[in-house]
Design a protein around this ligand. Structure first.
Ligand SMILES: NC(=O)C1=CN([C@@H]2O[C@H](COP(=O)(O)OP(=O)(O)OC[C@H]3O[C@@H](n4cnc5c(N)ncnc54)[C@H](O)[C@@H]3O)[C@@H](O)[C@H]2O)C=CC1
Ligand SMILES: O=C([O-])CC(=O)C(=O)O
Length: 330
């Protein structure tokens, strides 16, 4: 079989935990399909290049048939050169005692420089998928810095939240996880996100009809999904890595393959005013890919409960945007 396509993929933070769980899955063909050749352009801080070399050696040792080239660099101009995809994983997450403004400032610097380097070096069709937290606002900064790259090419990840929510609903209903569809995460990838059980379906029926324990849906379910990242950190002593990497694979698969069977998936992207979200805000919406194009699903009904939850996460994203505006980052 001869391969038809080749993609160049940049991954920042490639020697980190998520990088270690992600690169092998990209190289194996799980993300872009078994007929697409892959070139990996791995970007790390200078001090992590030694560890990155080890990861590259392991990639070599897998003899993946579709992996055609590996570049390891700390130079953005080299790392983002001609890439079709930029997966931005490396960032500085909040540490104990760190003020939010400090966090936004540090990441603002990283994502401004990366946005500029993407605009200057990447392929014309580049798409940017931000994982590093705070991912919505990092994507906003990157999008604003990447002059000339259309704003509809920037995404932030709520796929992990969606997968977490699906499993919680399936376990509660006593069904297979594949029975759960249309699981929308609205808003920010943070503890304010709204996993919308009202629009989710179980075996094609509204989840809120299959699971009649409304108190659980409105309380434990939402909280479990919102706080799952913190629960993993508490249990593992480290943040989610394999499940996050898996969500990157699912998320980019969803962006590159048409959505089937009336389902939708959650993706953070720049609003065009849908559902009253401020234009340009990177907000998680229910989406589909149709004919290779990403679309926000319109017309999802939000009742009073959903509207209240929706507004909380929207207001959080507005305040993050205002903070980075004040810092002169956008
Ligand atoms: N959106 C989501 O659902 C999730 C997001 N995350 C976030 O993903 C990020 C990465 O997580 P881990 O891999 O566990 O962290 P990690 O600390 O293991 O790895 C991060 C790597 O990024 C590198 N790095 C830092 N700044 C960089 C820069 N400017 N350029 C290139 N590389 C840089 C570091 O050297 C490090 O190797 C964190 O911000 C984490 O909060 C984690 C889980 C889920
Ligand atoms: O909570 C964290 O720091 C990591 C993360 O984003 C998640 O697991 O959802």
């Amino acid at each position: 079989m001869s391969a038809k396509n080749r993609v160049k993929v940049a991954v920042t933070g490639a020697a980190g935990q998520i990088g270690y769980a992600l690169l092998f899955r990209i190289a194996s063909g799980q993300m872009f399909g078994p007929e697409t050749e892959v070139e990996l352009q791995l970007i790390e801080l200078e001090q992590a290049l030694g560890a990155l070399k080890g990861v590259a050696m392991e990639l070599d040792d897998c003899a993946f048939p579709m992996l055609k080239k590996i570049t390891c660099t700390s130079d953005y101009a080299v790392g983002f050169k001609d890439v079709n995809w930029a997966i931005l994983v490396g960032s500085v997450p909040r540490k104990d005692g760190m003020e939010r403004a400090d966090l936004l400032k540090i990441n603002g610097g990283i994502f401004t420089t990366q946005g500029q380097a993407i605009a200057a070096n990447a392929a014309k069709d580049v798409r940017v998928f931000v994982v590093g937290n705070p991912c919505n606002t990092n994507a906003l900064i990157c999008m604003n810095a990447a002059k000339g790259v259309p704003s509809d090419r920037f995404y932030a990840m709520t796929m992990l939240d969606e997968n977490r929510a699906k499993t919680q609903l399936a376990q509660k209903a006593g069904v297979d996880v594949t029975a759960v569809s249309n699981m929308t995460i609205w808003g920010n990838h943070s503890a304010t996100q709204y996993p919308d059980f009202y629009s989710a379906k179980i075996n094609g029926k509204p989840a809120s009809e299959v699971i009649t324990d409304t108190e659980w849906l409105k309380g434990t379910f939402i909280e479990t999904v919102q706080k799952r990242g913190a629960a993993i950190i508490k249990a593992r002593g480290l943040s989610s890595a394999a499940s996050a990497a898996n969500a990157v694979v699912d998320g980019i698969f969803n962006l590159t393959h048409d959505t089937k069977n009336g389902d939708n998936f959650s993706m953070c992207l720049a609003s065009n005013g849908e559902y009253g979200v401020d234009k340009g805000l990177i907000f998680s919406f229910p989406c589909t890919t149709v004919g290779g194009k990403l679309k926000i699903v319109e017309g999802v009904k939000l009742n009073d409960f959903s509207t209240e939850k929706f507004n909380v996460t929207l207001n959080e994203l507005r305040s993050e945007r205002d903070a980075v505006k004040e810092l002169g980052l956008i």
